[in-house]
Write a protein that binds this ligand. Structure first.
Ligand SMILES: CC[C@H](C(=O)O)C(=O)SCCNC(=O)CCNC(=O)[C@H](O)C(C)(C)COP(=O)(O)OP(=O)(O)OC[C@H]1O[C@@H](n2cnc3c(N)ncnc32)[C@H](O)[C@@H]1OP(=O)(O)O
Ligand SMILES: [Co+2]
Length: 139
């Protein structure tokens, strides 16, 4: 497997609006992308651009959101996952499985519109890791 760029750092938040204001007013980020819902993934998402990657703000969407547990333990929110790009999502899935790491579910469409999967944090040095097929248009 060829490890690609760090596509984004996922940051869970109880309020995506408050977090947008923080990145705009405290961090000086230019917030140009509107939040959007990903019902299939149980999150509301807003990407904050930085020169070399993105912050992916995620707020729970719906009762079965996978980040309710994280926010119950971290009520103010916090760093949730790292997402790396790979050229071939299926080759990457086989790679992690061959290493004995727990791939969570089947590859599915993520927030950038390309295929993604997650690898369990307990098998990744404590870091919930998202693997994403490199977007064809480069971002
Ligand atoms: C896909 C759309 C978008 C995109 O970029 O395209 C996103 O990124 S959406 C992001 C939200 N979706 C997900 O996170 C899906 C994958 N996540 C999961 O399946 C769960 O969150 C899971 C299985 C990682 C944890 O589930 P849960 O919190 O309900 O289980 P536990 O509390 O039992 O946790 C087990 C164990 O893992 C530790 N943990 C949980 N979350 C994290 C985390 N974000 N980073 C590091 N470690 C985490 C938790 O503390 C437990 O550890 P233990 O030592 O066993 O207590
Ligand atoms: Co993500």
């Amino acid at each position: 497997m060829k490890l690609g760029r760090l596509n984004h750092v996922g940051v869970a938040t109880p309020s995506i609006e408050a977090s947008i204001a923080f990145y705009r007013d405290t961090m000086g980020a230019e917030v140009i992308r509107a939040p959007f819902d990903l019902p299939a993934q149980g999150v509301k998402v807003c990407f904050i651009d930085t020169p070399n990657t993105q912050i992916e703000l995620i707020e729970p969407l719906g009762e079965s959101s996978p980040i309710h547990g994280f926010l119950a333990k971290n009520p103010a929110g916090g760093q949730h996952h790292l997402c790396y790009e790979v050229p071939d999502i299926h080759e990457a899935k086989a790679w992690f499985e061959a290493k004995g790491a727990r791939v969570l579910g089947e590859p599915r469409i993520g927030a950038h519109g390309t295929m993604i999967f997650f690898v369990h944090p307990r098998d990744m040095g404590g870091v919930l890791t998202e693997i994403m097929e490199t977007p064809k248009d480069g971002h």
